[in-house]
Write a protein that binds this ligand. Structure first.
Ligand code: ARG
Length: 461
């Protein structure tokens, strides 16, 4: 039999394969709440504009609440023959209230309906991601506060470069996740326009009030061009782009945690709650959560590339290709939320091994730059010359298999006769980090003022 929603011109129903490729109900049922919210707003507007009666609007709006509770209770019977969430809901509404259900779709199309539902869904997720990012930032701030003075090696090329503080390293991620948060906020501002009432593509001859539905659904305004309103999926692409950048940041941090928790580094102990054992090696404690977080970028960036690829060649306005927008966004959103929650838990639970951090901070001639800077300051040497003298001292220490602070003053003076005992003050890692007081530098005083700034900003909004 032909479709009850659009079957007027059809003599036969679809092939089973057609139904299988066409139906989206298996995944777009996740937008049921948004679909019902949008329809309720539309019905109220139709009545207020005199397009349907108040009695019909009340029947529709209450019937939709019944449908929503059936869905929430798991009683709702989804049907693939009814293709998608929009027609499943409307069809059930018809069972419940009869004829007025058929008036709901006046001045509307599934094209503006799906665009509206999906925007509402992505907007909800955007808000959830922002909350998740804030929780992660707070966990990082707590680590930074605890370890504002702990020294650890800062790396370039994964080679020890200069001593930094644990707090400073944590705050680097606060900056990254803070930018992510602002990217989601920016995206939210742009996505918050209502497509509802664009109808199929051209608008409608009914005297609808798009401002009213926009406001009822929490949008800032109706989208200004009906063609764009039904054709646009930028909001989903921006969500995926922001998600991909966040996932990239999570992946870098996860990689550091994998390295830091290894037996070779022993910088941190991850808690049992976020580790797993091996079925054959009894001694193993593996950082699986960190590894999975590191991997999530694969599917999240995959979703972004996937949706760009779906959208890139589509002529205006709606094409059924666009039904392929949802699953990837759902999957990316789910996995981003999971990764954020796992990272937040791991950060909150992890214990820094301050002794190992400090030993590592002093390794690899990490205060060589401090020594060169001392030569510049104390002996008024040009930095390039100081760099050369320091290099010679590093080579000397290397040949003696000791660190820079273990050289004697006589060793030092054999390379440059004017070096004095004072030089040893700058070779310690604590002095090194304490001296880096330039704005944004690793000195504990700088780190503390950045922690204070972030805490204040977070508590403001
Ligand atoms: N299930 C469809 C989608 O997700 C709804 C819109 C259908 N519109 C249409 N003209 N066939 O895109």
């Amino acid at each position: 039999s032909s479709n009850q929603m659009w079957g007027g011109r059809f003599a036969a129903g679809p092939d089973a394969i057609m139904e299988a490729i066409n139906a989206s109900i298996s995944f777009d049922k996740r937008m049921a709440a948004q679909d019902i919210e949008g329809s309720r707003a539309h019905a109220a507007m139709l009545a207020s504009a005199g397009i349907i009666t108040d009695t019909d609007a009340v029947a529709i709006r209450e019937g939709l609440l019944t449908v929503l509770s059936e869905i929430d209770n798991g009683e709702f019977q989804y049907s693939a023959a009814l293709e998608d969430i929009h027609m499943n809901v409307e069809s059930r509404l018809k069972d419940l209230i009869g004829e007025p259900a058929g008036r709901l779709h006046t001045g509307r199309s599934r094209n503006d309906q799906v665009a509206t539902d999906f925007r509402l869904w992505v907007r909800d997720q955007t808000d959830a991601v922002i909350v998740g990012l804030e929780a992660l930032i707070r966990a990082l701030l707590a680590q930074a506060e605890a370890g504002a003075d702990w020294v650890m090696p800062g790396f370039t090329h994964l080679q020890v470069a200069q001593p930094v503080t644990w707090g400073h390293h944590m705050m680097a991620y606060v900056e990254m996740f803070g930018r992510d948060m602002s990217r989601f906020r920016d995206a939210r501002v742009r996505m918050n326009e209502s497509p509802l009432g664009a109808a199929a593509l051209a608008g409608t001859s009914f005297p609808i009030d798009r401002h009213m539905t926009a406001e009822a659904l929490g949008f800032d305004r109706p989208a200004a061009n009906s063609l764009d309103a039904v054709a646009d999926r930028d909001f989903a692409l921006e969500f995926l782009a922001a998600s991909t950048i966040t996932a990239m940041h999570l992946s870098r941090f996860a990689e550091e945690l994998v390295i830091w928790s290894s037996a070779q580094f022993r910088f941190v102990a991850l808690s049992d709650r976020f580790s797993t054992g091996s079925s054959i090696m009894p001694q193993k404690k593996n950082p699986d959560a960190a590894e999975l977080i590191r991997a999530k970028i694969g599917r999240i960036m995959g979703a972004m590339v996937g949706l760009f690829t779906v959208m890139k060649g589509l002529p205006l306005t709606y094409s059924k290709d666009m039904q392929e927008d949802k699953e990837q966004v759902f999957d990316a959103a789910d996995n981003l939320m999971l990764a954020l929650a796992a990272m937040t838990g791991m950060v909150a639970d992890m214990t820094a091994n301050t002794k190992n951090l400090e030993i590592a901070a002093a390794s690899g001639f990490s205060t060589a730059t401090d020594l060169a800077d001392w030569l510049v300051r104390a002996l008024n040497m040009p930095f390039r010359d100081a760099h050369h003298v320091t290099g010679t001292l590093v080579a000397l220490a290397e040949s003696k298999e000791c660190d820079l602070p273990d050289l004697t003053l006589a060793d030092m003076q054999s390379v440059h006769e004017h070096i004095t005992q004072d030089v040893f003050d700058v070779l310690g890692v604590h002095n090194s980090v304490a001296s880096r007081v330039s704005y944004g530098g690793t000195a504990p005083s700088q780190v503390r003022s950045q922690i204070a700034r972030w805490t204040k900003n977070l508590n403001k909004d």
